[in-house]
Design a protein around this ligand. Structure first.
Ligand code: NAP
Length: 289
């Protein structure tokens, strides 16, 4: 029996309405993961996929208020474009420059970013409990890298090198984050020394992701046994980078936990309840087949 009901934002009791806005959206695992979480928490409600074309984004955000949704997740390609339509931006969204979670408080929409903190919670829970003083190399300088570097800096690592195919973007991201700690951009060609000295190497590029699982974002010969190799990709669950790193004696950490924890933080913001993380994780694994 579903026992937890909510005052919706229009002030009447009822179902908790949640969703995810993206284009495309059919591939998203968020509806399955959050539906399982609502069930585990005995909450009466629904989390639905919302296919929103870019030119309808403003209307879709207004509809959150009109329809009484408690909140939505925002995914590709709307994470930056959605910002001007919101009433407030939390510090997490401002520092990253992107929103992945909207909370509706009686018609007032606040944008948050839970990607970076979700990643760090996963890294600490599953691979590296203490990141303070760590030497970190981040491969890639896209949207995910921005959130992750910002969140990693809160843990006071010794330094972070960012390497990217387009070197200017690595330099730009390092510059934007420099106030938070010791961050530098480096060219992919110069990565060998930084990787050799690293405690943690994190792939934030899309290289190795389904449907191109043979891709490698760096030459595994550069890796050393004992290093933590982390990959944001969770489809496949074990990328070629992770498989080869494990064979070399590295400790590996995949992107599933990041996905689960970014959703867990969002659910906690919407409900005030502790998210059923293990149910959420199991559901995503099952839906990946
Ligand atoms: P994005 O903003 O488009 O950035 C893509 C990054 O990958 C850029 O640094 C890009 O380099 C690099 N890249 C793309 N193709 C490349 C290639 N052939 N060779 C070398 N570098 C290449 O994407 P994003 O949002 O940051 O997402 C990146 C990855 O993180 C994706 O695989 C995504 O699935 C994953 N992710 C996972 C989670 C999770 O919950 N686990 C959350 C968010 C993202 P250039 O700048 O040179 O183009």
């Amino acid at each position: 029996m579903l026992t937890n009901t909510y005052q919706n934002v229009n002030g009447t009791g009822g179902e908790l309405l949640l969703g995810v806005m993206g284009d495309p959206i059919a591939q998203s695992k968020s509806p399955a993961m959050h539906t399982a979480a609502l069930r585990a928490l005995n909450i009466s409600g629904a989390y639905v996929p919302l296919h929103i074309a870019p030119e309808r984004l403003g209307d879709a955000v207004q509809a959150i208020r009109t329809l009484g949704f408690r909140g939505v997740n925002v995914t590709i390609p709307h994470k930056v474009a959605v910002m001007p339509y919101l009433d407030r931006l939390d510090a997490s969204a401002l520092s990253v420059g992107a929103v992945n979670t909207i909370v509706n408080d009686k018609g007032v929409l606040t944008g948050y970013n839970t990607d970076g903190i979700g990643y760090v919670r996963s890294l600490k829970a599953e691979a590296a409990p203490d990141i303070s003083g760590a030497r970190i190399v981040v491969l890639g300088a896209g949207g995910a890298a921005r959130g992750i570097v910002t969140a990693l800096l809160q843990e006071r690592p010794e330094r972070i090198f960012i390497a990217n195919r387009t070197p200017d973007k690595a330099e730009e991201l390092a510059e934007a984050c420099r106030n938070g700690g010791n961050v530098s951009g480096i060219a992919m060609d110069d990565i060998g020394e930084a990787v050799a000295a690293a405690d943690i190497v994190i792939n934030t590029t899309s290289v190795g992701m389904y449907p191109h699982p043979d891709g490698l974002p760096l030459d595994p010969a550069l890796l050393k046994p004992g290093q933590i190799i982390s990959d944001l990709i969770y489809n496949p669950l074990y990328t070629r980078l992770l498989t080869e790193a494990q064979e070399l004696g590295c400790r590996i950490h995949g992107g599933l936990g990041m996905f689960v924890y970014q959703g867990a933080y969002a659910l906690e913001y919407w409900t005030g309840l502790t998210a059923p993380v293990e149910t959420m994780r199991r559901t995503v694994v099952e839906s990946l087949g």
